[in-house]
Design a protein around this ligand. Structure first.
Ligand code: NAD
Length: 342
């Protein structure tokens, strides 16, 4: 099969179109013929070994997010059958830990990532555990199916707290922040304010949602709150930039007793003024990935009931043009980039 893999040495410049023997599914596994894959923030970090301590060994097939058709099932697979159109949960879990055995699969410390430690989705064929295959209904076409992983991050983060009638501050208008804004609107938040320092991203957010967008490099959040007649502060904060400055701003503009879900990954250790967190009695929840499989259930149900995030896909390109897609992502001058194997 044809694969795009980091070959010989680390670094994006070492990504090459190569070939590998076609994989066969083992017991409990399914083999997918990939239809579409999408570039994730993680895929920019993996080639430079920047994704924590998680990165696997070379050669490594990139990408974790995609859609495929099941073409073969291994022994013992009953829930999935040949011909099914599925997306794959990219976290492969063990079954030994306390959390996994309690059914909290997304909290399993033994998790390995597709396209991180095990062969990724940027290949003609992908082998995953049948357990990880998610059936896609007709309402979820291939390109939306290819971005369900980051949509799942947005859904898991946004649904961490009750949003009905609440005022929400989202810091970071990357694809995930924008999709989170759409989710907040879908489930009944009142004011949704999204900040960034990149006008392209804020304009994209305006196309996807009716959230109020703020470029914090030249506008004051307090002024925006005043225009919205907000008195005390945001009820909920969704941190989706990884920028320490954005977290500080969020703490400053939350109501007493407000709640923060932290998804954005800072590039290194950061300093937090915990006094402000404590004296505001804030609740902070760290978010990793998405819940298996409740987030998948909710997000597909929301897509079937009117949640529309299609405009967050700004670029569709042939798999062979991946380098252009990666470059756009690095510059921040795109939403989601979907790569097509056809
Ligand atoms: P992205 O990098 O495309 O978007 C981040 C946005 O934050 C950018 O548009 C950037 O301009 C903006 N930003 C930078 N400084 C800012 C500031 N001071 N205030 C407001 N915005 C600012 O990332 P994405 O793909 O949308 O993902 C969002 C974040 O979530 C990233 O940090 C990513 O690493 C992280 N992430 C975490 C998980 C997890 O499991 N915890 C999963 C996926 C992504």
């Amino acid at each position: 099969m044809r694969v795009f893999q980091i070959q010989d040495d680390w670094g994006l410049s070492h990504v090459r179109l190569g070939t590998r023997p076609d994989p066969r599914p083992g017991p409990g596994q399914v083999l997918l013929r990939m239809k579409a894959a999408a570039v994730n923030y993680r895929d920019l970090l993996v080639p430079d070994r920047g994704y924590g301590s998680h990165t696997g060994t070379l050669p490594l097939i990139l990408l974790g997010d995609g859609v495929g058709e099941v073409i073969e099932c291994g022994a013992g697979v009953a829930r999935v059958k040949v011909g099914d159109r599925v997306s794959g949960e990219g976290h492969l879990i063990g079954m030994k830990s306390r959390m996994a055995r309690a059914g909290h699969f997304h909290l399993d410390p033994e998790t390995r990532g597709v396209g991180v430690n095990v062969p990724g989705a940027f290949a003609e064929y992908l082998r995953i555990p049948a357990f990880n295959a998610i059936h896609l209904p007709p309402e979820v076409d291939d390109e939306i199916g290819a971005i369900l992983d980051p949509l799942g991050n947005a859904v898991h983060t946004a649904l961490s707290f009750d949003l009905v009638g609440e005022d929400v501050l989202i810091t970071g208008a990357g694809p995930i922040g924008i999709m989170a804004a759409a989710v907040c609107r879908h489930v009944g938040a009142r004011h949704i304010v999204v900040t960034d320092i990149n006008d392209y991203r804020l304009e994209l957010c305006n196309q996807v949602t009716d959230a109020v967008t703020v470029n914090v490099s030249r506008e004051e959040l307090r002024d925006v709150m005043a225009k919205l007649h907000m008195q005390e502060g945001f009820d909920i904060g969704l941190e989706m930039s990884g920028a320490p400055r954005a977290f500080d701003q969020m703490v400053d503009h939350l109501i007493m007793g407000g709640k923060i879900a932290l998804l954005g990954i800072p590039s290194g250790p950061t300093t937090v003024d915990w006094n402000r967190v404590i004296f505001k009695s804030l609740t902070i929840k760290g978010i990793y990935g998405r819940e298996m499989f409740e987030t998948w259930y909710k997000m597909i149900a929301m897509l079937q009931s009117g949640l529309d995030v299609r405009k967050v896909i700004t670029h569709r390109m042939r798999a062979a043009d991946y380098a252009q897609g990666f470059a756009l992502m690095k510059q921040g001058s795109c939403g989601k980039v979907v790569l097509d194997w056809a």
